[in-house]
Ligand binder design. Structure first.
Ligand code: HXC
Length: 514
């Protein structure tokens, strides 16, 4: 065969595999509002950057009618490419081929690009659209999953790992994503569950649709398994590209800087936070008033909305924001918001991303439900994450900083490098009303006019403690600053922190509260 014919033969072989599970299966895939596995890779990566591996890999299963059965690429596309010029490794499961189910060779293709990602220290992005372990392959399929989970764990904290759920993902297909850093879902397309509705009906006799059991909204709002919710696959891939462009390739470098864009003028920082401590506001307006014009990429926007976390850029550098949201539950810390904050802090710390904390909260949420749900251990995760982290940490106390909330939200005592407070900050053990009721109970009940006495004692407590100057007098707050000075203080502090070194005692690993 001449060289030309050999090249033609190669192209024809490739073309057959590019068709995946065939026309009919592709029509079915499209009818569900889904892109094909190859279209997804194209939507994710820079044009022309994809380099594919193992296209000719075949399964070697002979059981249950599988002998000689052609499965294009064994149901998964793997390779490397770039996003905004940054190298990444990627796999994309093809639901048109045996439901994207995972057999041993399918798993081997995935573990090979995982090894590339880990050895080359580049981010890994997995696009999951799979019915889970390939049932015909039995324990071999389970072995494949185990080898993926093992690598997910080795890579954790070394390279960013991103999972995209774009189909009905069952069984093992959801555990690998759960071991990664960020899970993306798309409305009406993504489904995640360990066992689907049919098994639940059989075992428990309960009726539930796949959407209600494990749809994109459920995992974004209720379970907390998903970090980014999109309306369409196109929007989802655009968000992944934005996220990757803001992250470092691995834990030994910092995220690439960009030309700083000026903050948007429409946010007047001095007018956002109401003076009345009982009035809510949207902390994201404060974030946007200090970040570069490139904006704010919020993580887990729909889950535990009393805590806002996400990435922004200040002076061209990526930073992570951890902020109480007074708009929801007055910004209290509870079980879910504590988990959300702690996980995000640990991600930033793993990947050399400085943490900016914006604080305004009345404390931890009291109540029987919270106590029984384990607010002690959940809340302790925030204390642990801040204390453990060694990246530059800058805290701004915007308004309320009461009790455990004051300590937890990036206080100096947990290792923050710089703590600034606005003049309206109230730093105390608790709010003036609650404090007066407890410490002046006797005076109030015995007074001729208890209501008047109560008001007087509240005023007395507020005058003494509900301000930033008591903490500033002890050095717990470095400076009381005007709101309009916030960005310049953050910019200078970040600049100062560039060479930060922080040692921790040597250990195998810590044991954060679970
Ligand atoms: C082999 C599978 C498969 C699987 C789907 N297919 N899942 N083949 N192993 N796990 C095949 C189907 O036979 C079908 O093949 C094609 O993929 C499309 O599937 P449909 O059922 O027609 O699609 P749909 O109606 O959209 O339903 C999708 C689904 C359903 C919800 C994912 O297929 C399903 O429930 N599959 C089984 C899920 C599951 O229980 N997986 C095992 C989990 S155990 P044809 O040839 O007809 O086109 C597991 C263990 C790991 O993963 C645990 C690790 C901790």
């Amino acid at each position: 065969m001449s060289q030309d014919k050999k090249v033609l033969d190669l192209r024809q072989r490739r073309e057959r595999i590019y068709k995946g599970g065939g026309e009919e299966a592709i029509v079915k895939q499209k009818a569900m509002g889904k892109l094909t596995a190859r279209e997804r890779v194209d939507a994710l990566l820079d044009e022309g950057s994809f380099q594919e591996y193992d296209i000719f890999v075949k399964h070697n299963n002979t059981d249950f009618g599988m002998q000689g059965k052609e499965l294009a690429g064994d149901g998964v596309i793997t390779g490397t490419g770039t996003i905004c010029g940054f190298p990444v490794a990627v796999f994309s499961q093809d639901f048109t081929v045996a439901g994207g189910s995972l057999g041993l060779m399918h798993a081997r293709k995935i573990t090979k690009v995982m090894d590339y990602a880990l050895n080359l220290r580049i981010p890994l992005i997995g696009i999951n659209d799979s019915g889970g372990a390939r049932i015909q392959e039995g324990v071999n399929a389970l072995a494949g999953y185990g080898e993926i989970f093992y690598r997910n764990t080795l890579a954790s904290g070394v390279i960013p790992q991103i999972s995209v759920i774009l189909g009905p993902c069952a069984g093992g297909a959801v555990y690998s994503p759960a071991l990664t850093d960020f899970v993306f879902v798309v409305d009406k397309v993504s489904k995640m569950f360990i066992t689907g509705p049919e098994v639940i009906k059989t075992v428990l006799g309960e009726d539930i649709s796949a959407e209600e059991l494990g749809g994109a909204r459920v995992h974004s709002e209720v379970s907390g398994n998903a970090h980014f919710f999109s309306e369409s696959e196109e929007e989802c891939f655009a968000t992944i590209r934005r996220l990757v462009s803001m992250l470092p390739a691995n834990n030994s470098v910092t995220a690439a800087g960009v030309e700083p864009a000026k903050p948007e003028k429409k946010y007047d920082i001095s007018a956002i936070v109401p003076q009345d401590p009982s009035q809510p506001y949207d902390v994201r307006d404060v974030i946007r008033s200090v970040t570069d014009g490139s904006g704010f990429l919020e993580v887990m926007e729909l889950y535990a909305a009393n805590m806002v976390v996400g990435f922004g850029r200040i002076d061209g550098q990526t930073v992570g924001f951890v902020c109480n949201q007074p708009l929801v539950l007055a910004g209290v810390l509870d079980c879910d918001s504590s988990d959300k904050a702690a996980r995000f802090i640990r991600f930033c710390d793993s990947f050399n991303i400085p943490i900016i904390t914006l604080e305004d909260l009345p404390g931890y949420l009291p109540g029987i439900d919270q106590e029984h749900a384990g607010v002690i251990r959940h809340g302790a995760k925030v204390l642990y994450a801040y204390s453990e982290s060694t990246v530059p940490k800058i805290t701004i106390i915007l308004r309320k900083a009461y009790g455990g909330g004051y300590i937890a939200m990036g206080s100096r005592h947990l290792g923050s490098d710089f703590v600034f407070a606005w003049p309206q900050a109230e730093i105390a053990v608790m709010g003036a009303e609650g404090a007066a009721n407890i410490i002046f109970r006797k005076e109030i009940t015995e007074a001729a006019n208890p209501a008047e006495m109560r008001e007087e004692k509240i005023r007395e407590y507020r005058d003494k403690f509900a301000n930033p100057y008591v903490a500033a007098a002890k050095g717990y707050v470095d400076a009381v600053i005007e709101p309009a000075q916030t960005r310049e203080y953050i910019v200078r502090s970040l600049e100062l922190s560039k060479g930060k070194q922080a040692d921790r005692p040597a250990k195998k690993h810590g044991l954060p509260p679970f």
